[in-house]
Design a protein around this ligand. Structure first.
Ligand code: BES
Ligand code: MN
Ligand code: ZN
Length: 502
């Protein structure tokens, strides 16, 4: 879909969307349309449940005297309560409905509104952003898409006063959306297509945006002593790899110094290994690389909008398979940090991958902070469902900033506790630690975070357990079901608000 921004004027064809505020107070353009069509809107409102509330939607077909093929009323609700994410949702819903109705082009008009701390030009950009995010489809493997289900909407024009500013704001948002889409694509790919080597090749494509990409193969990782990560991949025919992506958006001397660091779990398929998972639902484990997918999409977003920061993305790519060479329960491996790990369950593999990826990242880059993302535990879905990612951290400031960014973009995080008492659970009688806790089903996500912290020194660190967030079974206005791209917007906003204004 193509997006355009223009000053306010009534279109002569296509679909027209106008806004209605709370209690059916018509916006200036809605009033003008009503007048030009001898009271059509007021008549339609009388025969409908539409009340101008947030999310309300009313379509009037073939209006007489107007030229356009349909007029859509979008409920905005109370202006004092309006947020950017509300407008994104409106844009997503609008585009989706127009696609199923068979419309080809739409003009959305946003009049001047009395808003607290929001600019109408930003809202116009958000309307387009929401439409873009909401109409994403992963269609690559559909060779016989029936005519009727193919999207029809090819153009959205958003009109407001000062539209040049809206166009400018949207350019950055579009770059972020491209990052989100890369993550969704990666997460949606099946594991026969997306495995460590092909994933790394997708990362390599980002060089065209100015990202430097390094790929460490198994031999290189063995030299570095990454026994923990390599142990996970040793039962797979596919070679493991570690990909390092550099975005240097700060010029000159400051280049590459103290970067922001993002680390991702990239288990391209998780069978559980010898501690094999049950069959039903195992196909979901194709998206066990969601953390790595988000880091990769984030790097694309940052580079795409030329963010003024230096950032590195490090992703550990493996496939967790059971075979004659696979790691066994009881095996002991040595991590790059030098610490030894007793493997009591080969299905607790994500933490083993991150152990070496985190250590490598802090050791090599001395980053300002490290944030890792991982579909790490089923337990986090028990705690938080699909509404928030679990947040674990050694730094209160980092937590506050992540929480605020999450609120702003509608990608929530919720902090869970960490303490020595939980860490006790991973003491091993025979090695420096073991990879699962002694507490059975209790506090599984926290124990996993305690394990990760053993591979973090003094650097501010946060861990996001996104097992409940990377994939969605339900459609939402800006997030179609399937791979969600969760975390790209959260971290892009976090970077933008905290590191780009200095
Ligand atoms: N990838 C899974 C976690 C997961 C489960 C992600 C469901 C998304 C949906 C992870 O590798 C895993 O298997 N974790 C185990 C840990 C346990 C063995 C301590 C789990 O959650 O059961
Ligand atoms: Mn597992
Ligand atoms: Zn896993």
């Amino acid at each position: 879909m193509k997006f355009a921004f223009s000053e306010i004027s009534l279109p002569k064809r296509g679909s027209l969307a106008v806004t209605v505020y709370e209690s059916n107070e018509l916006s200036p353009t809605a009033k003008a349309v009503d007048k030009a069509s001898s009271g059509l809107i007021q008549k339609a409102l009388k025969t409908s449940r539409f009340k101008g509330k947030k999310g309300d939607y009313l379509e009037i077909l073939a209006p007489e005297g107007l030229g356009v093929s349909r007029v859509i009323l979008i409920g905005i609700g109370k202006l004092s309560e309006l947020t950017q994410t509300d407008v994104e949702a409106a844009g997503g819903s609008l585009a989706k409905k127009l696609n199923s109705a068979g419309a080809q082009g739409v003009t959305v008009i946003l009049d001047e509104m009395k808003l607290k701390g929001l600019k109408v030009t930003d809202l116009a950009a958000s309307m387009a952003f929401g439409a873009k995010l909401g109409t994403y489809r992963f269609r690559k493997y559909k060779t016989d898409d029936e005519e009727n289900s193919a999207p029809t909407l090819t153009r959205m024009t958003v009109s407001c006063k000062g539209s040049a500013a809206a166009r400018k704001a949207f350019a950055d948002m579009e770059a972020v959306a491209e990052g989100v889409f890369l993550t969704r694509d990666l997460v949606s790919e099946p594991a026969n297509e997306l495995y460590p080597e092909s994933f790394a090749a997708r990362c390599k494509e980002l060089t065209s945006l100015g990202i430097k990409v390094e790929i460490l193969n198994e031999a290189k990782m063995a030299k570095l002593g990454m026994g923990s990560l390599l142990g996970v991949g040793q039962g797979s025919e596919r070679e493991s790899s570690l990909v390092v992506m550099h975005w240097n958006g700060l010029p000159g001397k400051r280049a590459a110094k103290e970067p922001l660091a993002f680390v991702g779990k990239g288990v391209c398929f998780d069978t559980g290994g010898i501690s094999l998972k049950p069959g039903p639902g195992m196909e979901e484990m194709k998206w066990d690389m969601g953390g790595a997918g988000t880091v990769t999409g984030l790097m694309k977003a940052l580079a795409g909008r030329k963010a003024k920061v230096n950032a590195v993305g490090v992703i550990g790519l493996v496939e967790n398979m059971p075979d004659g060479n696979a790691q066994r329960p009881g095996d002991i491996v040595k991590s790059m940090s030098g610490q030894t790990i007793e493997i009591l369950n080969t299905d607790a593999e994500g933490r083993l991958v991150l152990a070496d990826a985190l250590w490598y990242t802090q050791d090599r880059f001395k980053p300002k902070f490290m944030i890792d993302l991982a579909t790490l535990t089923g337990a986090i879905i028990i705690s938080l469902g699909h509404e928030n990612a679990g947040l674990f951290s050694n730094d209160d400031g980092l937590c506050d900033a992540l929480f605020a960014a999450g609120e702003a973009v509608g990608e929530g995080v919720w902090r869970l506790p960490m303490s020595k008492d939980y860490a006790k659970q991973i003491k091993s009688p025979i090695a420096d630690m073991q990879n699962i806790g002694t507490g059975g089903r209790g506090a599984g996500s926290i124990v996993a975070a305690e394990f990760l912290q053993k591979f973090v020194n003094d650097v501010p660190w946060a861990h996001l357990d996104i097992a409940g967030m990377a994939w969605s079974k339900a459609d939402k206005p800006t997030v179609p079901k399937g791979g969600t791209g969760y975390g790209v917007r959260l971290l892009d906003r976090f970077v933008r608000d905290n590191y780009e204004n200095s």
